[in-house]
Design a protein around this ligand. Structure first.
Ligand SMILES: [Fe+2]
Ligand SMILES: [Fe+2]
Length: 264
């Protein structure tokens, strides 16, 4: 069972990259399922129902979100009606949507669950450790294959979650920082781990936004409009191979696909 997990999709360039790579990987038999983090799909800010449909049509089988989940008011109701949309499990009670979804694949059920970190995060969330522990105790036997998107800023919190869930889930893959890490590994207990999948979008930028606008903010502290950058479009993520019988990870490969690099 091969799963392509795609790092944060940023704007139109990121959506185009996801669709092209998902289609290619599925056609070539390199991925059976594509899961993507889509929290920055709408020009960096959340997602709309139309853009989510575009990503599903482009090959995504489930979409996870993050701290930008409610940036587009229009999509709030969509989270309640579309089972393939996943927001963080540890959001406070009363939020729309759900923190885990199970999709049927040719190799059996696959659960996708998202957690949001609390260290250096500007978001309201309950303890992700207790939330996932309770969830697994109640629902953990429903699927052998469980993929966790750990959306957090601090590497320590992500590594700690990887250790906490070691042997209990198939994979713990980090999102949110937009910078890919080189620490992909599989534990002795069969859990794949990677601190951050990276970003899917314009890489000649400051995590997806035009460099000039971000530099101006840092240099002067003055507000400026953060536009989505263009050029040097890449897809970052990881390709997992899972054993459907046990849910254990057999392989994890860091992925970088360069879609468009402007001539110098
Ligand atoms: Fe985020
Ligand atoms: Fe993000």
């Amino acid at each position: 069972m091969k799963i392509l997990m795609v790092g944060d999709i940023v704007g139109g360039p990121g959506r185009m990259a996801m669709a092209r790579v998902a289609t290619r990987y599925k056609t070539e038999g390199r991925a059976d399922v594509v899961v993507a983090n889509a929290e920055n799909s709408a020009a960096g800010r959340g997602i709309t129902s139309t853009l989510a449909e575009e990503l599903f049509a482009g090959g995504a089988d489930a979409l996870t979100m993050g701290d930008h989940v409610w940036d587009q008011k229009e999509s709030m109701a969509y989270f309640d009606r579309e089972p393939r949309m996943v927001r963080a499990l540890n959001l406070p009670p009363g939020c729309p949507g759900k923190g885990a979804t199970t999709i049927q694949t040719k190799a059996g059920p696959l659960t996708i669950l998202q957690l949001m970190g609390r260290t250096f995060m500007n978001a309201t969330a309950d303890c992700p450790f207790r939330a996932v522990d309770e969830w697994l105790k109640k629902n953990g036997s429903q699927s052998k294959m469980i993929l966790v998107d750990m959306h957090a800023e601090a590497t320590s919190e992500k590594v700690a979650m990887g250790k906490f869930l070691d042997g209990r889930v198939s994979a713990v893959l980090g999102t949110h920082t937009h910078i890919q890490t080189a620490d992909e590994a599989i534990s002795d207990k069969g859990t794949a781990y990677m601190t951050d999948l990276g970003m899917t979008g314009p890489c000649d930028s400051v995590i997806g936004r035009t460099t000039d606008a971000i530099l101006s903010r840092f240099l002067t502290g003055m507000p400026s409009k953060f536009e989505i950058a263009s050029g040097d479009v890449r897809l970052h993520g990881a390709l997992l191979t899972l054993d459907p019988a046990t849910g254990k990870a057999l392989k994890i490969k860091r992925i970088e696909e360069i879609l468009f690099k402007p001539a110098k």
